[in-house]
Design a binder for this molecule. Sequence first.
Ligand SMILES: Nc1ncnc2c1ncn2[C@@H]1O[C@H](COP(=O)(O)OP(=O)(O)OP(=O)(O)O)[C@@H](O)[C@H]1O
Ligand SMILES: [Mg+2]
Length: 357
Amino acid sequence: MITEESVLEVLKQVAYPGFSRDIVSFGLVRECRVENSDIHVRLEVTSGDAKIPGQIKKSAEHALRVMDGVGDVHVSIVVSKKEAPKSNAASSLPEQSEMEGVKHIVAVASGKGGVGKSTFVSNLACAINALLHEKGLGEGKVGIMDCDIYGPSIPLMMGIGGRPEIEDNMIYPMLGHGVKVMSMGFLVDEGSPIIWRGPMVMKAIQQFTHQVKWGELEFMLIDLPPGTGDAQISLTQTLRLDGALIVTTPQAAAYTVARRGAGLFDKVEVPLLGVAENMSYLELPVTGEKHYLFGQDGGKHIAEDLGTELLGQIPLEQDLREGGDRGIPQVIANPESSASQAFRHIASKLIEQVEKS
Ligand SMILES: Nc1ncnc2c1ncn2[C@@H]1O[C@H](COP(=O)(O)OP(=O)(O)OP(=O)(O)O)[C@@H](O)[C@H]1O
Ligand SMILES: [Mg+2]
């Protein structure tokens, strides 16, 4: 007998073109209904590539038609265009949400893990917060959405513990160094493993988008797990991003993978705002001599490759790492360090960029 579950199981065999992941874990299925043995499936996709929806529809139909005892198969697919004006009341197409009250949303991604994304996000958020404050825009106008559902490290790095307040089914973000933060780390017990499948990652990201009282924000930074998995694709399906920043370290191993990470955003037409190179060099305390432990110019090469800008280079600093572990980002603990200056430089370039676009 054909059931909704068995239909979903079959749809899980249908890969998103160009990816090994399936359309169910990418969260494209908006409706799945079985009447007698007729199947009705509604999919929603956000893609600038006009060929993608047709390919997905065809593959889905093909997979469903060979199910045992199947009747008619109806697969419809809606394309939610990023350009669709928000006020277009005639359009009933579901579209990615523009978070109300949040002006700019920027995702921070990398290909490889451990390149310092979360460190980067926490410091950059504090640097942007300080710059906005200087501009007279007030505090608390920067948020971090920690979409590293499996290994959230933002709470630790921002020095935030405890549970968020919940009222009327809405979660209040927690505050660290004047920055609003939402993270799975606030909702699960420390040390317990988080084993989540694709659709649950999508759900978590949707919840962080719609069920968190972010209030008015100038900037929202999004920390992502490394790679090109569920979180990245769910994010681009859920939220309208201003763009993505790529963090890399200088060595070839990191920047080759970083290119793949950037490729994902390109596929879904999220503009690349630039590359930041982390762990660029170690500066000797007495002489100021720079040692390029991981090689030189990796960030520059990948930025050139991707046709974007190298926004800055952040040196290795021992107290930056220690600050991360203590919950005090370097730009706050030691604002005059070379890394802190690099973060402020990147913050002002980023503000300039998104305001221009
Ligand atoms: N510029 C730096 N100088 C010194 N230590 C750094 C620097 N950048 C990051 N680190 C340290 O490197 C480690 C990894 O950084 P972080 O957790 O930010 O990486 P990540 O890319 O978010 O990792 P993951 O892929 O696991 O999410 C941390 O201990 C952090 O303190
Ligand atoms: Mg991280």
